[in-house]
Structure formats: structure tokens, C-alpha cells
Design a binder for this molecule. Structure first.
Ligand code: FPP
Length: 246
């Protein structure tokens, strides 16, 4: 039985989020410059997006660039932005063919104009696609996202748009960048690091965490299937006991 055959189609996670890590180390191991690692990382992005769409995953969120990544050498930041624009231009057809709607979360106004405009264009072109949502986290930081929510809610309370008593989890959800997405079910991080790195802190409250040593440019559909099988073998109790679940 192939790995793919072992996946239970009725128990798929609705929302997968991935911290794509290890591009730099992949390149270093091969004696190449870091940006070649990022270039090869885009191949894994493509394979992962296509495989998720094919399996019927409804939401896939990829951590493509964190607020902290702006501190990397200027040339690397420029290359990552160029790769983003190039990939968006190249993959628009794949998105359309697979019914994928592109979305983005983060401080998007901080992106270079070219990247921002291309992103807006592809978002607009794919906005009626319903098979899967692909969300790119760009210039994203979870604490910054939460700070924004607090600012917006304080403003609304101060101006009597809402009362402080009415603030609950659902109101907070509606003010996050991820307002249209369900909670994350499965969070994958590649490259052996076991950290969350300021990614979707609120949204992963009940997510299953899956860490693999595979470096992102080597991550392929078989690795994705392994993560899904592992996820499906776990018991998600959401605070209840095993007995209550059965
Ligand atoms: C982490 O590897 C990866 C990133 C910071 C960026 C991920 C970007 C891509 C895969 C390419 C462009 C994205 C899209 C959506 C087209 P790292 O550089 O931190 O690796 P290291 O920890 O080994 O140094």
C-alpha cells in the first residue's frame, strides 16, 4: 500500500500551516549560496500546494516571510521578494487550474511595491476559486497581529462601537488577519527546529505539531503524506477525556 493510500480522506485536517525552514542549510550542505536554497524551496512550495489541492485540503497557510526576516542581508531579502514575484507570475495558471484562491496575511504594506501589486493582482484573479485557499504569510508576525487586534478593539470600545463585555474569542478571531480561516489543525515545521517562531500563536491553540528533519527544499509529497498519516493517528481531545470522545 502506498503512503497516499494510507490517508483517510474522511479525517483530513481542514487547515494545514507550514513553517518552511532549512533553505539556507540545504544550500550550505551543497556548497551553494543561500539564495539557491530559496530557489529550490519554491519547487517544494509548488509540490506541496498541488498535493494539498489534490487531496482536498481546504486551507493551506505558508510562512513565507516573517517580520524578523527583514533583518537578513539586503541581497537575500531582495532575492526572496523577487522569487515571490516570479513565482506568483509563473503559478497563476496552476492556481486557476486547481481552483485555488490566493490570500495573504501580514504587514503587506511593508512589501516592495512590485511584490504588493503582483500579490493583489493574483488575489483578485483567483478570488472566485473555491477548491482551496492558499494563504501566504508575508512580513507576518503573530504578536504584531495580536497587538493590532487589541488596538482595533480598544478603538471600538472607546468609540462605543462595541462594549468591552461583548469581547469574546469569536470577536478576536474576526479581527485577526486570518479572520476567514478556521483554526489550524496541523502545523508542520521542516529542518529539525522545534519552535513556533511567532507564527499563528492564537490560531494553533489546538493544532497538532509535526516536526521533520527534512530541509524545506527536499520536502516532497511523500513527506506531506507522512505528516498526514502521523496526524491521523493522533487523538485530538480538545481538553476532553478519551472516553468522552467515543
Ligand atoms: C527558511 O529557510 C525559509 C524562508 C525564510 C523563506 C521561505 C521562502 C521560500 C520557500 C521561497 C519563496 C516563497 C514563495 C511562497 C514563492 P532559512 O533561510 O531560514 O533556512 P536556514 O534556517 O537553513 O538558514
Amino acid at each position: 500500500m502506498t503512503l497516499k493510500d494510507q490517508i483517510n480522506k474522511d479525517k483530513l485536517p481542514k487547515h494545514i500551516a507550514i513553517i518552511m525552514d532549512g533553505n539556507g542549510r540545504w544550500a550550505k550542505q551543497k556548497g551553494l549560496v543561500r539564495v539557491i536554497g530559496h530557489e529550490n524551496g519554491t519547487k517544494s512550495v509548488r509540490e506541496t500546494v498541488e498535493s494539498c489541492a489534490e487531496l482536498g485540503i481546504e486551507h493551506l497557510t505558508l510562512y513565507a516571510f516573517s517580520t524578523e526576516n527583514w533583518n537578513r542581508p539586503k541581497l537575500e531579502v531582495q532575492t526572496l521578494m523577487k522569487l515571490l514575484v516570479k513565482s506568483l507570475k509563473k503559478e497563476i495558471k496552476t492556481l486557476q487550474d486547481n481552483g485555488i484562491r490566493l490570500s495573504a496575511i501580514g504587514c503587506l504594506q511593508d512589501l516592495p511595491k512590485k511584490a504588493f501589486d503582483e500579490l493583489e493582482y493574483v488575489k483578485e484573479m483567483t478570488r472566485n476559486n473555491t477548491h482551496m485557499t492558499l494563504t501566504l504569510a508575508l512580513s507576518y508576525g503573530s504578536r504584531e497581529e495580536i497587538v493590532n487586534v487589541i488596538k482595533e478593539l480598544s478603538f471600538k470600545v472607546k468609540n462605543n462601537i462595541i462594549s468591552s463585555e461583548s469581547i469574546d474569542e469569536s470577536i478576536i478571531n474576526k479581527h485577526l488577519y486570518t479572520q476567514n480561516l478556521p483554526d489550524v489543525d496541523l502545523l508542520i515545521r521542516t529542518s529539525g527546529e522545534q519552535r513556533i517562531s511567532n507564527f499563528l500563536l492564537w490560531q494553533i491553540a489546538y493544532a497538532e505539531l509535526y516536526f521533520t528533519d527534512v530541509l524545506w527544499p527536499d520536502f516532497n509529497k511523500e513527506n506531506l503524506y507522512e505528516a498526514l498519516i502521523d496526524y491521523q493517528n493522533r487523538e485530538r481531545r480538545f481538553g476532553k477525556t478519551s472516553e468522552q470522545l467515543t
